[in-house]
Design a binder for this molecule. Structure first.
Ligand SMILES: NC(=O)c1ccc[n+]([C@@H]2O[C@H](COP(=O)([O-])OP(=O)(O)OC[C@H]3O[C@@H](n4cnc5c(N)ncnc54)[C@H](OP(=O)(O)O)[C@@H]3O)[C@@H](O)[C@H]2O)c1
Length: 410
Protein backbone atom coordinates (compact mmCIF):
# COMPACT_ATOMS: atom_id res chain seq x y z
CA UNK A 1 0.00 0.00 0.00
CA UNK A 2 1.53 3.30 -1.11
CA UNK A 3 0.05 6.28 0.67
CA UNK A 4 1.56 6.58 4.13
CA UNK A 5 3.27 9.79 2.92
CA UNK A 6 -0.01 11.25 1.68
CA UNK A 7 -1.74 10.50 4.94
CA UNK A 8 0.81 12.38 7.01
CA UNK A 9 0.68 15.29 4.55
CA UNK A 10 -3.11 15.27 4.95
CA UNK A 11 -2.92 15.34 8.75
CA UNK A 12 -0.53 18.31 8.64
CA UNK A 13 -2.73 20.13 6.12
CA UNK A 14 -5.83 19.40 8.16
CA UNK A 15 -4.17 20.66 11.36
CA UNK A 16 -3.15 23.93 9.66
CA UNK A 17 -6.64 24.37 8.15
CA UNK A 18 -8.38 23.65 11.44
CA UNK A 19 -6.07 25.97 13.37
CA UNK A 20 -6.76 28.76 10.84
CA UNK A 21 -10.48 28.12 10.99
CA UNK A 22 -10.53 28.12 14.78
CA UNK A 23 -8.58 31.38 14.84
CA UNK A 24 -10.94 33.09 12.40
CA UNK A 25 -14.05 31.73 14.18
CA UNK A 26 -12.77 33.08 17.50
CA UNK A 27 -11.92 36.44 15.95
CA UNK A 28 -15.30 36.61 14.19
CA UNK A 29 -17.26 35.77 17.32
CA UNK A 30 -15.30 38.32 19.33
CA UNK A 31 -16.21 40.98 16.77
CA UNK A 32 -19.77 40.17 15.88
CA UNK A 33 -21.39 37.57 18.09
CA UNK A 34 -20.59 34.09 16.91
CA UNK A 35 -22.16 32.35 13.94
CA UNK A 36 -20.97 29.01 15.29
CA UNK A 37 -21.97 29.37 18.95
CA UNK A 38 -23.84 26.34 20.26
CA UNK A 39 -26.39 28.43 22.00
CA UNK A 40 -27.54 32.00 21.46
CA UNK A 41 -30.29 34.19 22.85
CA UNK A 42 -33.67 32.45 22.43
CA UNK A 43 -35.13 33.48 19.05
CA UNK A 44 -38.36 35.55 18.94
CA UNK A 45 -41.49 33.35 18.81
CA UNK A 46 -42.92 32.51 15.38
CA UNK A 47 -46.39 34.02 14.75
CA UNK A 48 -48.99 32.06 12.82
CA UNK A 49 -49.12 34.89 10.25
CA UNK A 50 -45.34 34.74 9.61
CA UNK A 51 -44.32 33.56 6.14
CA UNK A 52 -41.13 31.98 4.77
CA UNK A 53 -39.22 31.64 1.51
CA UNK A 54 -38.91 28.19 0.01
CA UNK A 55 -38.52 26.24 -3.23
CA UNK A 56 -41.69 24.30 -4.01
CA UNK A 57 -42.61 21.63 -6.52
CA UNK A 58 -46.20 21.39 -7.81
CA UNK A 59 -45.51 18.68 -10.42
CA UNK A 60 -42.77 16.13 -11.02
CA UNK A 61 -40.50 16.97 -13.94
CA UNK A 62 -37.24 18.78 -14.57
CA UNK A 63 -35.39 21.56 -12.75
CA UNK A 64 -37.70 24.27 -14.14
CA UNK A 65 -40.48 22.82 -11.95
CA UNK A 66 -38.76 24.32 -8.88
CA UNK A 67 -40.58 27.52 -7.90
CA UNK A 68 -39.39 30.05 -5.34
CA UNK A 69 -42.08 31.63 -3.16
CA UNK A 70 -41.78 34.05 -0.23
CA UNK A 71 -45.32 33.50 1.00
CA UNK A 72 -45.13 29.93 2.28
CA UNK A 73 -46.63 28.91 5.59
CA UNK A 74 -43.96 28.10 8.15
CA UNK A 75 -44.25 24.37 8.97
CA UNK A 76 -45.93 23.70 12.30
CA UNK A 77 -44.85 21.34 15.00
CA UNK A 78 -47.51 18.65 14.92
CA UNK A 79 -46.30 16.22 17.57
CA UNK A 80 -44.68 16.56 20.97
CA UNK A 81 -41.30 15.24 19.79
CA UNK A 82 -40.91 17.64 16.84
CA UNK A 83 -38.60 20.65 16.52
CA UNK A 84 -38.76 23.69 14.23
CA UNK A 85 -35.44 24.90 12.81
CA UNK A 86 -34.59 28.16 11.03
CA UNK A 87 -32.23 26.97 8.32
CA UNK A 88 -28.86 28.66 7.67
CA UNK A 89 -27.49 26.20 5.11
CA UNK A 90 -28.67 23.11 3.25
CA UNK A 91 -27.37 20.73 0.57
CA UNK A 92 -28.43 19.13 -2.71
CA UNK A 93 -28.11 15.33 -3.00
CA UNK A 94 -28.80 12.89 -5.89
CA UNK A 95 -32.06 11.94 -4.10
CA UNK A 96 -33.36 15.52 -4.56
CA UNK A 97 -32.89 15.31 -8.30
CA UNK A 98 -34.48 11.84 -8.34
CA UNK A 99 -37.48 12.97 -6.24
CA UNK A 100 -37.91 16.00 -8.49
CA UNK A 101 -38.49 13.49 -11.30
CA UNK A 102 -40.99 11.50 -9.22
CA UNK A 103 -38.68 8.77 -7.91
CA UNK A 104 -40.14 6.83 -4.98
CA UNK A 105 -43.50 8.64 -5.15
CA UNK A 106 -45.61 5.45 -4.75
CA UNK A 107 -43.98 4.33 -1.51
CA UNK A 108 -43.41 7.83 -0.10
CA UNK A 109 -47.06 8.80 -0.66
CA UNK A 110 -48.19 5.70 1.22
CA UNK A 111 -45.86 6.67 4.08
CA UNK A 112 -47.24 10.23 4.01
CA UNK A 113 -50.61 8.86 5.09
CA UNK A 114 -49.06 8.76 8.57
CA UNK A 115 -50.13 11.76 10.66
CA UNK A 116 -47.60 14.58 10.55
CA UNK A 117 -46.01 13.79 7.20
CA UNK A 118 -48.21 16.06 5.05
CA UNK A 119 -49.36 15.41 1.48
CA UNK A 120 -47.57 14.98 -1.83
CA UNK A 121 -47.85 18.49 -3.38
CA UNK A 122 -46.65 21.11 -2.96
CA UNK A 123 -43.42 19.30 -2.16
CA UNK A 124 -40.31 20.94 -0.70
CA UNK A 125 -37.15 18.93 -1.38
CA UNK A 126 -33.91 18.96 0.69
CA UNK A 127 -32.83 16.28 3.10
CA UNK A 128 -30.25 17.96 5.36
CA UNK A 129 -29.54 21.29 7.04
CA UNK A 130 -27.70 23.32 9.62
CA UNK A 131 -29.68 25.99 11.46
CA UNK A 132 -31.01 27.41 14.68
CA UNK A 133 -33.59 25.70 16.88
CA UNK A 134 -36.59 28.04 17.17
CA UNK A 135 -39.39 25.87 18.61
CA UNK A 136 -39.65 22.51 20.32
CA UNK A 137 -42.58 20.21 21.10
CA UNK A 138 -43.60 19.60 24.71
CA UNK A 139 -41.86 16.20 24.74
CA UNK A 140 -38.39 17.47 23.77
CA UNK A 141 -36.18 17.69 26.88
CA UNK A 142 -35.06 21.35 27.24
CA UNK A 143 -31.70 20.33 28.73
CA UNK A 144 -30.67 18.44 25.58
CA UNK A 145 -32.05 20.86 22.97
CA UNK A 146 -32.72 24.42 24.11
CA UNK A 147 -34.04 27.21 21.89
CA UNK A 148 -31.30 29.08 20.04
CA UNK A 149 -29.04 26.01 19.80
CA UNK A 150 -27.17 25.68 16.52
CA UNK A 151 -28.19 22.26 15.20
CA UNK A 152 -27.53 19.97 12.25
CA UNK A 153 -30.05 17.44 11.08
CA UNK A 154 -31.79 15.41 8.41
CA UNK A 155 -35.35 15.29 7.09
CA UNK A 156 -37.02 11.84 6.82
CA UNK A 157 -37.61 10.84 3.20
CA UNK A 158 -41.41 10.76 3.51
CA UNK A 159 -41.69 14.33 4.81
CA UNK A 160 -43.14 16.59 2.10
CA UNK A 161 -41.63 19.74 3.64
CA UNK A 162 -37.87 19.45 3.24
CA UNK A 163 -34.88 21.68 3.90
CA UNK A 164 -34.91 23.81 0.72
CA UNK A 165 -36.78 26.50 2.67
CA UNK A 166 -36.19 28.94 5.51
CA UNK A 167 -37.76 26.65 8.13
CA UNK A 168 -38.17 22.90 8.57
CA UNK A 169 -39.95 20.79 11.21
CA UNK A 170 -38.39 17.39 12.03
CA UNK A 171 -38.59 14.80 14.82
CA UNK A 172 -36.05 15.56 17.54
CA UNK A 173 -34.15 12.30 16.90
CA UNK A 174 -33.23 13.68 13.45
CA UNK A 175 -31.08 16.50 14.83
CA UNK A 176 -28.47 17.33 17.44
CA UNK A 177 -26.20 20.28 18.34
CA UNK A 178 -23.94 21.01 15.36
CA UNK A 179 -20.20 20.44 15.87
CA UNK A 180 -18.24 23.68 16.43
CA UNK A 181 -15.49 22.38 14.18
CA UNK A 182 -17.67 22.95 11.08
CA UNK A 183 -19.11 26.16 9.62
CA UNK A 184 -22.79 26.23 8.64
CA UNK A 185 -22.30 25.00 5.05
CA UNK A 186 -19.92 22.22 6.10
CA UNK A 187 -22.31 21.11 8.84
CA UNK A 188 -25.20 21.08 6.35
CA UNK A 189 -23.28 18.73 4.08
CA UNK A 190 -22.42 15.80 6.34
CA UNK A 191 -25.46 13.99 7.66
CA UNK A 192 -27.39 12.70 4.64
CA UNK A 193 -24.38 11.19 2.85
CA UNK A 194 -22.66 10.38 6.17
CA UNK A 195 -25.66 8.47 7.52
CA UNK A 196 -25.94 6.64 4.20
CA UNK A 197 -22.30 5.54 4.43
CA UNK A 198 -22.65 4.70 8.15
CA UNK A 199 -25.85 2.71 7.61
CA UNK A 200 -24.42 0.80 4.62
CA UNK A 201 -21.33 -0.18 6.56
CA UNK A 202 -22.74 -0.76 10.04
CA UNK A 203 -26.47 -1.62 9.61
CA UNK A 204 -26.35 -3.45 6.27
CA UNK A 205 -22.73 -4.59 6.35
CA UNK A 206 -22.48 -5.48 10.04
CA UNK A 207 -19.00 -3.92 10.20
CA UNK A 208 -18.02 -3.65 13.86
CA UNK A 209 -20.20 -6.60 14.98
CA UNK A 210 -23.52 -6.33 16.84
CA UNK A 211 -22.55 -3.08 18.62
CA UNK A 212 -21.43 -1.41 15.37
CA UNK A 213 -24.97 -0.42 14.35
CA UNK A 214 -26.70 -0.51 17.74
CA UNK A 215 -24.34 2.05 19.31
CA UNK A 216 -22.11 4.89 18.16
CA UNK A 217 -19.02 2.75 18.71
CA UNK A 218 -18.19 1.98 15.04
CA UNK A 219 -15.46 -0.63 14.67
CA UNK A 220 -14.13 -2.85 11.90
CA UNK A 221 -10.40 -2.53 12.52
CA UNK A 222 -8.23 -4.56 10.10
CA UNK A 223 -11.12 -5.38 7.75
CA UNK A 224 -10.58 -4.52 4.09
CA UNK A 225 -13.12 -2.40 2.20
CA UNK A 226 -13.16 -1.30 -1.44
CA UNK A 227 -15.07 1.96 -1.97
CA UNK A 228 -16.36 2.34 -5.55
CA UNK A 229 -16.77 6.07 -6.27
CA UNK A 230 -14.49 7.47 -3.56
CA UNK A 231 -14.80 11.02 -4.94
CA UNK A 232 -18.52 11.79 -4.45
CA UNK A 233 -20.62 12.86 -1.46
CA UNK A 234 -21.03 9.39 0.08
CA UNK A 235 -17.62 8.04 -1.01
CA UNK A 236 -15.54 10.90 0.48
CA UNK A 237 -17.25 10.43 3.85
CA UNK A 238 -17.17 6.60 3.71
CA UNK A 239 -13.39 6.66 3.23
CA UNK A 240 -12.88 8.93 6.24
CA UNK A 241 -15.26 6.89 8.42
CA UNK A 242 -13.42 3.68 7.52
CA UNK A 243 -9.94 5.12 8.07
CA UNK A 244 -11.01 6.48 11.46
CA UNK A 245 -11.83 2.87 12.44
CA UNK A 246 -8.49 1.53 11.18
CA UNK A 247 -10.04 -0.28 8.24
CA UNK A 248 -7.83 -0.87 5.20
CA UNK A 249 -9.40 1.18 2.39
CA UNK A 250 -9.05 0.84 -1.35
CA UNK A 251 -11.00 3.13 -3.66
CA UNK A 252 -11.87 3.83 -7.28
CA UNK A 253 -12.51 7.22 -8.90
CA UNK A 254 -11.69 9.18 -12.08
CA UNK A 255 -8.02 9.88 -12.75
CA UNK A 256 -8.36 13.58 -11.91
CA UNK A 257 -9.68 12.76 -8.41
CA UNK A 258 -7.00 10.23 -7.43
CA UNK A 259 -4.85 12.63 -5.43
CA UNK A 260 -7.88 14.07 -3.60
CA UNK A 261 -9.09 10.58 -2.65
CA UNK A 262 -5.60 9.57 -1.48
CA UNK A 263 -5.52 12.72 0.65
CA UNK A 264 -8.70 11.54 2.37
CA UNK A 265 -6.66 8.61 3.65
CA UNK A 266 -7.42 5.80 1.18
CA UNK A 267 -4.52 3.32 1.14
CA UNK A 268 -4.74 2.46 -2.55
CA UNK A 269 -6.64 4.38 -5.23
CA UNK A 270 -7.20 3.48 -8.89
CA UNK A 271 -8.77 5.15 -11.92
CA UNK A 272 -11.86 3.11 -12.78
CA UNK A 273 -11.28 3.78 -16.49
CA UNK A 274 -7.82 2.22 -16.42
CA UNK A 275 -8.28 -1.51 -17.01
CA UNK A 276 -4.79 -2.51 -15.82
CA UNK A 277 -5.15 -0.46 -12.64
CA UNK A 278 -8.53 -2.07 -11.93
CA UNK A 279 -6.91 -5.53 -12.38
CA UNK A 280 -4.54 -4.53 -9.54
CA UNK A 281 -7.55 -4.54 -7.20
CA UNK A 282 -7.70 -8.35 -7.57
CA UNK A 283 -4.44 -8.62 -5.61
CA UNK A 284 -6.21 -7.47 -2.45
CA UNK A 285 -9.36 -9.59 -2.87
CA UNK A 286 -11.44 -11.01 -1.32
CA UNK A 287 -12.80 -7.79 0.18
CA UNK A 288 -14.82 -7.90 3.39
CA UNK A 289 -17.04 -5.26 1.84
CA UNK A 290 -17.26 -3.64 -1.58
CA UNK A 291 -19.22 -0.40 -1.03
CA UNK A 292 -20.82 0.87 -4.22
CA UNK A 293 -21.03 4.67 -3.96
CA UNK A 294 -20.75 5.03 -7.75
CA UNK A 295 -24.31 4.18 -8.80
CA UNK A 296 -23.23 0.80 -10.22
CA UNK A 297 -26.09 -1.28 -8.77
CA UNK A 298 -26.15 -4.93 -7.67
CA UNK A 299 -26.22 -6.34 -11.20
CA UNK A 300 -22.59 -5.20 -11.64
CA UNK A 301 -21.41 -7.21 -8.64
CA UNK A 302 -21.13 -10.53 -10.45
CA UNK A 303 -19.29 -8.84 -13.35
CA UNK A 304 -16.55 -7.42 -11.11
CA UNK A 305 -13.04 -8.80 -11.43
CA UNK A 306 -12.51 -9.32 -7.71
CA UNK A 307 -14.11 -11.55 -5.06
CA UNK A 308 -15.89 -10.18 -1.98
CA UNK A 309 -17.83 -11.32 1.06
CA UNK A 310 -20.43 -8.56 0.72
CA UNK A 311 -21.18 -6.10 -2.05
CA UNK A 312 -23.31 -3.27 -0.68
CA UNK A 313 -24.87 -0.96 -3.23
CA UNK A 314 -26.73 2.28 -2.54
CA UNK A 315 -28.35 2.03 -5.98
CA UNK A 316 -31.11 -0.52 -5.43
CA UNK A 317 -34.12 -0.92 -7.73
CA UNK A 318 -36.45 -1.09 -4.68
CA UNK A 319 -38.43 2.15 -5.07
CA UNK A 320 -38.14 2.29 -8.87
CA UNK A 321 -39.67 -1.22 -9.21
CA UNK A 322 -42.64 -0.16 -7.07
CA UNK A 323 -43.00 3.13 -9.00
CA UNK A 324 -43.16 1.11 -12.25
CA UNK A 325 -45.23 -1.88 -11.19
CA UNK A 326 -47.19 -0.83 -8.13
CA UNK A 327 -46.81 -2.05 -4.55
CA UNK A 328 -47.69 -5.74 -5.03
CA UNK A 329 -45.95 -6.57 -8.31
CA UNK A 330 -43.11 -4.17 -7.50
CA UNK A 331 -42.45 -5.93 -4.19
CA UNK A 332 -42.39 -9.32 -5.99
CA UNK A 333 -40.00 -7.92 -8.60
CA UNK A 334 -37.74 -6.70 -5.78
CA UNK A 335 -37.55 -10.19 -4.25
CA UNK A 336 -36.89 -11.67 -7.69
CA UNK A 337 -34.14 -9.10 -8.47
CA UNK A 338 -32.40 -9.62 -5.15
CA UNK A 339 -32.47 -13.43 -5.38
CA UNK A 340 -31.32 -13.43 -9.02
CA UNK A 341 -28.48 -10.98 -8.31
CA UNK A 342 -27.36 -13.00 -5.32
CA UNK A 343 -27.39 -16.36 -7.10
CA UNK A 344 -25.06 -14.85 -9.73
CA UNK A 345 -22.78 -13.06 -7.26
CA UNK A 346 -22.43 -15.99 -4.86
CA UNK A 347 -21.59 -18.40 -7.66
CA UNK A 348 -19.26 -16.02 -9.54
CA UNK A 349 -17.72 -13.91 -6.76
CA UNK A 350 -18.33 -15.89 -3.57
CA UNK A 351 -20.27 -13.16 -1.73
CA UNK A 352 -23.68 -11.61 -1.18
CA UNK A 353 -25.18 -8.49 -2.73
CA UNK A 354 -27.08 -6.25 -0.30
CA UNK A 355 -28.96 -2.98 -0.71
CA UNK A 356 -27.89 -0.12 1.55
CA UNK A 357 -30.03 2.88 2.48
CA UNK A 358 -29.83 6.23 4.25
CA UNK A 359 -31.05 5.85 7.82
CA UNK A 360 -31.73 8.79 10.20
CA UNK A 361 -30.46 6.81 13.21
CA UNK A 362 -29.51 8.90 16.30
CA UNK A 363 -26.55 6.61 17.04
CA UNK A 364 -25.31 7.28 13.48
CA UNK A 365 -25.55 11.04 14.05
CA UNK A 366 -23.66 10.61 17.35
CA UNK A 367 -20.98 8.54 15.62
CA UNK A 368 -20.44 11.17 12.90
CA UNK A 369 -20.47 13.97 15.48
CA UNK A 370 -17.74 12.24 17.45
CA UNK A 371 -15.56 11.83 14.35
CA UNK A 372 -15.93 15.52 13.46
CA UNK A 373 -15.05 16.55 17.02
CA UNK A 374 -12.00 14.28 16.95
CA UNK A 375 -11.07 15.89 13.61
CA UNK A 376 -11.18 12.55 11.85
CA UNK A 377 -13.95 13.60 9.48
CA UNK A 378 -14.08 16.74 7.39
CA UNK A 379 -16.62 17.21 4.58
CA UNK A 380 -15.41 18.17 1.11
CA UNK A 381 -17.42 20.90 -0.57
CA UNK A 382 -17.65 20.60 -4.36
CA UNK A 383 -19.47 23.90 -4.84
CA UNK A 384 -21.63 26.35 -2.99
CA UNK A 385 -24.66 28.45 -4.10
CA UNK A 386 -26.89 31.19 -2.73
CA UNK A 387 -30.50 30.25 -1.91
CA UNK A 388 -31.85 32.13 -4.94
CA UNK A 389 -29.58 30.01 -7.17
CA UNK A 390 -30.87 26.63 -5.97
CA UNK A 391 -31.79 25.55 -9.55
CA UNK A 392 -28.12 26.10 -10.51
CA UNK A 393 -27.14 23.75 -7.69
CA UNK A 394 -29.54 21.16 -9.19
CA UNK A 395 -27.95 21.72 -12.64
CA UNK A 396 -24.55 21.06 -11.12
CA UNK A 397 -25.84 17.84 -9.53
CA UNK A 398 -27.36 16.82 -12.88
CA UNK A 399 -23.97 17.36 -14.58
CA UNK A 400 -22.38 14.75 -12.27
CA UNK A 401 -18.65 14.30 -11.64
CA UNK A 402 -18.95 15.71 -8.13
CA UNK A 403 -16.00 16.00 -5.77
CA UNK A 404 -17.76 16.05 -2.39
CA UNK A 405 -20.98 17.93 -1.70
CA UNK A 406 -23.06 20.76 -3.16
CA UNK A 407 -24.17 23.25 -0.49
CA UNK A 408 -26.67 26.10 -0.48
CA UNK A 409 -26.40 29.05 1.92
CA UNK A 410 -29.51 30.88 3.08
N1 LIG B 1 -29.96 4.32 -1.12
C1 LIG B 1 -29.81 5.45 -0.48
O1 LIG B 1 -30.44 5.69 0.58
C2 LIG B 1 -28.84 6.45 -1.02
C3 LIG B 1 -28.48 7.57 -0.27
C4 LIG B 1 -27.51 8.43 -0.78
C5 LIG B 1 -26.97 8.18 -2.04
N2 LIG B 1 -27.40 7.12 -2.75
C6 LIG B 1 -26.81 6.79 -4.09
O2 LIG B 1 -25.43 6.55 -3.87
C7 LIG B 1 -24.66 7.00 -4.97
C8 LIG B 1 -23.59 7.95 -4.47
O3 LIG B 1 -24.22 9.13 -3.94
P1 LIG B 1 -23.37 10.47 -3.86
O4 LIG B 1 -24.17 11.46 -3.15
O5 LIG B 1 -22.00 10.16 -3.40
O6 LIG B 1 -23.29 10.82 -5.43
P2 LIG B 1 -22.25 11.79 -6.13
O7 LIG B 1 -21.84 12.85 -5.17
O8 LIG B 1 -22.84 12.16 -7.44
O9 LIG B 1 -20.93 10.89 -6.36
C9 LIG B 1 -20.79 9.88 -7.27
C10 LIG B 1 -19.27 9.79 -7.55
O10 LIG B 1 -18.98 8.56 -8.24
C11 LIG B 1 -18.01 8.84 -9.28
N3 LIG B 1 -18.21 7.80 -10.29
C12 LIG B 1 -19.13 7.76 -11.30
N4 LIG B 1 -19.03 6.58 -11.97
C13 LIG B 1 -18.05 5.87 -11.36
C14 LIG B 1 -17.50 4.56 -11.57
N5 LIG B 1 -17.92 3.75 -12.55
N6 LIG B 1 -16.53 4.14 -10.73
C15 LIG B 1 -16.07 4.93 -9.73
N7 LIG B 1 -16.55 6.18 -9.48
C16 LIG B 1 -17.53 6.64 -10.28
C17 LIG B 1 -18.36 10.25 -9.73
O11 LIG B 1 -17.26 10.94 -10.28
P3 LIG B 1 -16.86 10.83 -11.85
O12 LIG B 1 -18.13 10.80 -12.63
O13 LIG B 1 -16.01 12.00 -12.16
O14 LIG B 1 -16.09 9.56 -11.92
C18 LIG B 1 -18.75 10.93 -8.41
O15 LIG B 1 -17.64 11.51 -7.79
C19 LIG B 1 -25.66 7.65 -5.93
O16 LIG B 1 -25.97 6.70 -6.93
C20 LIG B 1 -26.87 7.95 -5.06
O17 LIG B 1 -28.07 7.96 -5.80
C21 LIG B 1 -28.32 6.25 -2.28
Amino acid sequence: MQTVGFNSILSMRQCILLARRQFSATAQSALSGSQTNDRQLPPPPIKSSDKMRGWQLHNYGDIDELQLSDKLKIPQIRSSNECLVRIRATAVNPIDLAMLRGYGATVLNKMRCQPGDGIEFPLILGREFCGELVQTGMGVPADSLSLGTRVWGVVPLQSSTGAHAEYVAVPSYCLSPAPKELDDCEAASVLYAGLTAWSGLYITGGLGGPCGAATASGGGAHKRVLVLGGSGGVGTLAIQILKSQKVQVLATCSENAIEMVRNLGADFVVDYNNREAVEELCKYAPYDIVLDCAGQGGQQAAESKFDFRQYITFSSPLLANIDKQGLGLGALKNVFDLVQTNVKSVTQRGGLVKWGFFSPAPQGIQFLQKLVEQRKLMPLIDSSYGFGDLPKAFEKMKGGHLRGKIVVKL
